[in-house]
Structures are given as C-alpha cells and as structure tokens.
Design a protein around this ligand. Structure first.
Ligand code: CP
Length: 312
C-alpha cells in the first residue's frame, strides 16, 4: 500500500493501512541488520539531521543507525554547542540547517506541538522523535512491530498500559495506534496520573493494578517522569512501588503467555522489579533491536527509497 505522508508527526494521523505498511516494510528491513555488512544503498545521497533538544539514548542512536544502514548521510545537532546558546531561535536554527539542502529532520523537543510548528515552515520531511507529552510515533510503531512479531495479530489483544499516562507521549501514540489496529486497551496507574478524559480515545481505566492485570496479553510499563511533574501527583516513590510496581507475584494475574514491554529508560525496582525486567517475559531489549528496522522503514517510506534497492 502507498504511504502518502510528507511528515511523521504522530500515529493519530496514520490510517490502519499506513501502520500496516510501516510494519510490513520493517519486516523487510529486519534482515539487513543481521548481515555481516549491515548496509544497503537505498538512501544514498540523502541528508538527514538528528535534532534532539532533550536527552535520548535509544531513539537518537537508533535513527542514526537506521539512516547509516540505508546509506544516508546523517549528522547529530547538539543544542549545547550550537548558536542557540547565543539566543538563536528554534525557527532560525531549523531554517539554517534546512538551507544546507537537508532532506529530513528528526526532531525531539520538550514542547508538545513544537513539531507541528516546525512543519508549517519547513520544506524537508519532519519526523517526530518525541514532543513533550504529545506523541512519540516511532516508539509506538516499534512497540506494535514487537507485539505483532510475538502474537502474530494485534486485533483483539488485551493490552494494559501502566503508570504515568498523563505525561507519556509513548502512551498517547500507543493508544492511537493500538485502537486503530483493533486492540482492547486498558490504562492503570494512580488516579492523578491517569486522567478520565483518556476514555474519549476508547480505552478502559482501572486504578487497581491487580484487577487490571487479569487476562492481559501485553503489559506495557511506563517510566515515572519525575522531570515533567509540576507538583507531587503521588505521595512517594515507595507508595507508588507498593501499589503499581510490576512484580513477579502481580504478573501472575496476566495471561500465562503474556509479555512485558517498556519503552525505556527503566527505573529498576520502581515501575518494574529488576528480575522481571531481565526475565524471558520481558521484550525490553527486543523493542530496542526492532526500533532500527522500524526507523529504517519510516525513513525509506518518507524519503522515497526504491523497492528494488532494499534487497541489493
Ligand atoms: N524510548 C525512548 O524514547 O528512549 P530514549 O529517551 O532513550 O530515546
């Protein structure tokens, strides 16, 4: 199916068939990373810039590897060593980088909606690598790819997302995507971090983790984002751990073949026990591995690589 988008700003703008196209394309990309020479010429001559205004371990390096495996030229922009420290604006920074005949900008920013603003004046492809508490579309796509790899089909699965939903761009992108693919999504966590208004997206809410875990096929844990909390929304980390940490004992309520996911970075022993994070039930590192194939697929579909070149 064609993928007729100039930018990837959020999963809310993708149709079920767009999502399937990305996941199917990522299947073809997966094999490239297992070759001795992990490189194809598909995006040779394309120039991409990674602009991360917030820290990242996984997303930035994953996009960089994805671009390099497709033979694109990619550079990493660092705010700290740029003229932004001399008060150059976001708009002027982006316009100047784009003036270097850039084909795509991969951007992470702390403000929700910053990517929409940039897309109003940019000519190149814009890829959202996470904007505030709004969206993180490639994380949701790689999560869906990992679930599909494990469970074959997403439709009808019971998927539980646990934790700081309020501040989570990963939760929002996953909710939009998983509902479009026909999953049953439940949100769990402390009431101040799980707003009732999320019900408008077609999800269930249960503040009791033990009850919410019953019958779950997929348990997606989220990081407590202490850096985004304006005020104390739960009494203490100890209380949070007592009520919402995923432990082996609690996880027994989920389906026997249930899987555990987490976008990272994890707070070991807070949202998930360390032994469970490292267990065979946990797909946390598989998600990271799959992230490269999914981001290769996104770059390929947006920047117009040719089908025949993938298999070269
Ligand atoms: N999952 C994720 O976005 O991780 P990073 O912040 O390390 O990119």
């Amino acid at each position: 199916m064609p993928f007729n988008h100039k930018h990837l700003l959020g999963t809310q703008f993708l149709s079920p068939s767009d999502i399937t196209t990305v996941l199917d394309t990522a299947e073809s990309m997966l094999e490239i990373s297992t070759r001795e020479i992990k490189k194809v010429p598909t995006l040779r001559g394309k120039t991409i810039i990674n602009l991360f205004f917030e820290p990242s371990t996984r997303t930035r390096s994953s996009f960089e590897m994805a671009a390099k495996r497709l033979s694109a030229d990619i550079i990493n922009f660092s705010k700290e060593t740029s003229s932004m420290v001399k008060k150059e604006s976001l708009k002027d920074t982006v316009l100047n980088l784009e003036a270097m005949n850039t084909d795509a900008l991969i951007i992470r920013h702390s403000s929700s909606g910053a990517l929409h603003f940039i897309s109003t004046f940019c000519k190149s492809h814009i890829i959202n690598a996470g904007d505030g508490a709004h969206e993180h579309p490639t994380q949701a796509l790689l999560d869906a790819f990992t679930i599909r790899q494990e469970k074959k089909n997403i439709e009808g699965l019971r998927i539980l997302i646990v934790g700081d939903i309020l501040h989570s761009r990963v939760a929002r992108s996953n909710i939009f995507l998983l509902k479009k693919l026909g999953a049953e999504v439940t949100l769990a966590g402390p009431p101040p971090l799980v707003p009732e208004e999320f019900k408008k997206f077609g999800v269930d809410i249960d503040f009791n983790l033990g009850r919410a875990l019953k019958g779950a096929d997929v348990v997606m844990m989220l990081r407590i984002q202490l850096e985004r909390q304006q005020k104390n929304l739960f009494p203490s980390i100890r209380e949070y751990r007592n009520l919402y940490s995923l432990t082996r004992k609690r996880f027994r309520s989920a389906k026997k073949n249930a899987i555990i996911m987490h976008p990272g970075p994890i707070n070991r022993g807070v949202e998930i026990s360390a032994d469970l994070a490292d267990s065979a039930k946990s797909l946390i590192l598989k998600q990271v591995e799959n992230g490269i194939a999914v981001r290769m697929a996104v770059l390929y579909l947006l920047l117009g690589g040719k089908e025949r070149e993938i298999t070269d």
